[in-house]
Design a protein around this ligand. Structure first.
Ligand SMILES: [Zn+2]
Length: 151
């Protein structure tokens, strides 16, 4: 028996610390649901007012987490809304869809602000634009075969 070969690769560098998306605590979620309840104990979507008791509900971050710069600040109840998943949160044009559009727009704005050109893939990579071909007006450089025939 031979010992299994151990691969002694370079040590894996530690990953840069990423600040996690903040989430509401369990107690905050309870408080949010209580806030969304009407007098008769039904849970009402805080955006459209639909009765979402027993339906899938989501705790919406009013400011999308991707746009929050200082994540060391704790979330509080004013940062959240109880939304029905199907009526307001995930439907097309709903909160998540418009948030994603806002996030994309913010990234474009930031790139523009930093002077990063948009979609200029070959910019500065040594390619120069091709000369126009002018196939129709360019003089012939070699005689066509049929012209060389002498009878
Ligand atoms: Zn709703």
């Amino acid at each position: 028996m031979t010992d299994p070969v151990k691969f002694e690769g370079p040590a894996v560098p530690p990953r840069p610390q990423r600040i996690a998306r903040r989430e509401f605590s369990r107690a905050q979620k309870v408080a949010l649901i209580k806030r969304a309840m009407n007098g008769s104990g039904r849970i009402i979507c805080e955006r459209c007012g639909l009765n979402i008791t027993g339906k899938a509900i989501e705790f919406d971050h009013i400011i999308p987490e991707a746009l929050v710069l200082d994540k060391s600040v704790a979330l509080n109840l004013a940062d959240g809304l109880v939304l029905g998943r199907d009526c307001c949160h995930r439907r097309p044009g709903g909160k998540t869809a418009t948030d994603l559009a806002d996030i994309a727009e913010a990234k474009r704005r930031e790139a523009k602000h930093l002077g990063i050109p948009r979609n200029r893939r070959f910019f500065g990579s040594g390619f120069s634009p091709a000369q126009p071909q002018r196939s129709a007006s360019r003089p012939l450089t070699k005689p066509a075969v049929w012209r060389c025939h002498t009878e």
